[in-house]
Design a protein around this ligand. Structure first.
Ligand SMILES: NC(=O)c1ccc[n+]([C@@H]2O[C@H](COP(=O)([O-])OP(=O)(O)OC[C@H]3O[C@@H](n4cnc5c(N)ncnc54)[C@H](O)[C@@H]3O)[C@@H](O)[C@H]2O)c1
Length: 359
């Protein structure tokens, strides 16, 4: 039985979805197919479809009317995710929604409610949860190897040119994108929340340092987690030349450091583990074809330099969730939880006050 995917929005990230579907069909899911695409810019959809050997549908309605589309990948600007996703859910399609889930909690709730009412599966892309270093770190945390959590730091110091923000009208706007934290930093915000648990309070400062854009290009926050642990979030697109995305989790038994999806430091009191790879020797990354989480960290400076394997893993997880009736590994609620932290950072910066997230 064909597992048909339709892509809505044929821009930068759509290529990764198409490649991920192609990788799945060549490896573990021979029935996975990209069956149709659509975009409000008809020429963009036509060129994309021609390159991928599938039809371009004239509009969303036509794509949703196709019975061979089982899953819709929502790859439009962030502030339109819920609007498109709700229509797809009502048409009975399972949903892969790019990150962030949307740019407001109200929109996120609309999308989650629509998926629940329609009984369709919803996953929000957080492909780095499938990176090898994150899989290993989560296993260590679930095994209690780090002890009681003390401190978690998530850092995205990247660089985007002004041309990047000028390349599409939606980029850097509050209505459709948000800034560095909502777009680029949200990945490691989700990972921090995944590892550290729910936050209780966020205190933040955001500023626009080096770009002409509505939203921030630099965000810093201090987080108090419900567990009593504390942490920091740093996200910038003004940090030339761009550095590895970094997550460092410290517990009473030691510290694990992840950079660009690979463990680069692991020091546990009970079990020091293997020594951290020497970056100068280049042993840490890209050891298997397609396995490099983000094309050897080039996404630090190039928005299109993304690995495919982790997106493919998340798409495969969605299909497995559909088949077994379980929740996808990254649910709509997970996407909302990450967005809630981003919104709290923005609110704290706006009001110059801590924002409580205690439940
Ligand atoms: N997971 C990742 O690592 C990653 C990387 C890049 C982008 N993204 C996310 O993917 C989304 C898209 O980003 P992008 O860089 O591909 O943007 P983009 O501007 O390159 O592409 C968006 C496309 O959507 C089309 N579009 C806009 N409104 C539409 C509508 N109503 N119906 C159909 N098509 C519509 C546009 O014409 C455009 O072709 C964003 O939410 C972004 O945050 C995720």
């Amino acid at each position: 039985m064909t597992r048909g995917f339709g892509i809505v929005g044929t821009g930068v990230i759509a290529a990764i979805h198409a490649d991920a579907i192609g990788l799945l069909s060549k490896t573990r899911l021979p029935d996975a197919r990209l069956v149709a695409v659509t975009d409000v810019v008809a020429d963009a959809a036509a060129a994309f479809a021609a390159a991928r050997g599938c039809p371009a549908e004239p509009d969303l309605g036509a794509l949703l009317a196709r019975r061979d589309v089982e899953v819709v990948c929502v790859c439009v600007p962030s502030g339109q995710h819920a609007a498109i996703g709700v229509q797809a859910a009502k048409a009975g399609k399972h949903l892969v929604v790019e990150k962030p889930i949307d740019v407001s909690l109200e929109a996120a709730d609309r999308l989650i409610d629509a998926a629940n009412s329609a009984g369709v599966a919803l996953t929000v892309i957080s492909q780095h949860r499938f990176d090898p270093g994150l899989v290993e770190l989560k296993r260590l945390l679930d095994d209690g190897a780090l002890g009681r959590l003390v401190l978690g730091d998530a850092s995205t110091k990247w660089y985007r040119t002004q041309d990047y923000y000028d390349s599409a009208a939606w980029r850097g706007t509050w209505a459709l994108d948000g800034g560095s934290l909502m777009n680029q930093g949200v990945h490691y915000v989700d990972l921090l929340r995944w590892c550290m648990g729910p936050p209780a309070e966020v205190t933040a400062v955001c500023s626009t340092q080096a770009h002409q854009m509505e939203a921030e290009d630099t965000a810093l926050a201090i987080v108090r987690f419900a567990s009593g642990a504390v942490g920091t979030i740093l996200s910038s697109t003004a940090a030339f030349p761009g550095f590895p995305q970094r997550l460092q989790i410290t517990g009473t038994n030691g510290t694990v450091t992840v950079e660009d999806g690979q463990i680069v430091g692991r020091a546990l009191i009970a079990d020091p583990g293997p020594p951290a790879p020497d970056p100068a020797l280049g042993t840490a990354r890209g050891t298997a074809p397609g396995a490099s989480p983000d094309a050897d960290g080039l996404a630090a400076a190039d928005p299109a330099a993304l690995g495919v394997a982790s997106h493919a893993a998340q798409l495969a997880d969605l299909l497995a969730a559909v088949d077994t009736g379980r929740e996808p590994a990254v649910s709509g609620q997970d996407g909302r939880d990450a967005l809630e932290i981003v919104c709290a950072v923005y609110e704290s910066s706006r009001t110059a006050r801590p924002v409580s997230l205690a439940r």
